[in-house]
Design a protein around this ligand. Structure first.
Ligand code: ZN
Length: 282
């Protein structure tokens, strides 16, 4: 009877590192970021549900163990139930700790609070999303989810980019809102907090979740405004504020759309860089 609980419980627990492993190791996720995020979320959710169900089953079986022969099993099941409930409590508390953006430490990305505190200089509507221009000397654009989802774009970036490039930036940010990337990153931060500190898998998962949400938003932007505009916008932003991430994203657009004609009649010809397509880690 104990093994009917322990077996599924172990399978559920293994899903925690397994889903991180599936999304972090290998290169296929770079080409299919949205699919990779789906695999990560599905394996993680199924594992969590199985683990919770196993713990509840252990509690129920321990209460029903009545005969003297089942006393030892009942004791074991009681232990599993209490240890499991304690474990769930610890994992739940990590959700609070995991609210920190998983890629925040290795990045100069402005926080939402920072963007909201800036003086607003203009605003307009793109579809259902409000775009707010703010006074900021940095070249930044940030999607702010909420009851009225909006995109905050710095005055510097608006004035530095031609309209077609700015459209690509806005399409990218709108995709973050549509695909609930703030939520995905929050869950990712929770998952990262559940993995052993200083483990390689933990570092890899943190950077992968951030990178894959960026690439998934790029795919939507490429579809909306065309890969050439997205590519040139990424290159222009990289020239304005050099960043390894922008460089990698531009290289990926070139690699995925090799024969796409550029507006000037050029053709994107390139391959993915030899380096690993991951955000810089500390
Ligand atoms: Zn982004």
């Amino acid at each position: 009877m104990v093994w009917t609980v322990v077996g599924p419980l172990l399978a559920g627990l293994i899903a925690c590192p397994l889903s991180a492993y599936l999304v972090s190791r290998g290169r296929w996720q770079i080409r299919h970021p949205r699919r990779a995020l789906m695999v990560w979320a599905s394996v993680g959710v199924v594992g969590l549900v199985i683990a919770i169900a196993s713990i509840l089953l252990a509690a129920a079986l321990s209460l029903s163990a009545s005969s003297a022969s089942a006393a030892a099993e009942g004791l074991a099941l009681t232990f599993i139930a209490w240890a499991g409930l304690g474990g769930l409590g610890i994992v739940g508390s990590l959700a609070h700790l995991g609210r920190v953006d998983p890629g925040k430490d290795d990045d100069e990305r402005p926080s939402v609070a920072e963007m909201l505190s800036r003086r607003r200089t203009d605003s307009w509507q793109v579809g259902a999303v409000a775009v707010v221009e703010i006074e900021d000397s940095r070249y930044v654009a940030v999607a702010v989810p909420g009851a009225t989802p909006s995109i905050f774009v710095s005055r510097a970036v608006r004035h530095a980019l031609p309209p077609s490039y700015l459209s690509a930036v806005l399409a990218h940010e709108a995709a973050h809102l549509d695909q609930l990337h703030a939520l995905v990153r929050g869950v990712g931060a929770w998952h990262v907090a559940c993995l052993p500190k200083r483990s390689r898998l933990r570092r890899e998962l943190a950077s992968r979740i951030m990178l894959l949400t960026e690439l998934a938003a790029d795919d939507v932007a490429a579809e909306k405004v065309g890969p050439a505009h997205l590519h040139d916008a990424l290159v222009a932003l990289h020239h304005l504020a050099p960043s390894r991430e922008l460089e990698v994203r531009a290289a990926r657009v070139r690699a995925l759309h090799r024969t796409y004609p550029l507006p000037q009649g050029r053709v994107l010809v390139a391959s993915l860089p030899g380096q690993r397509l991951q955000r810089k880690q500390r």
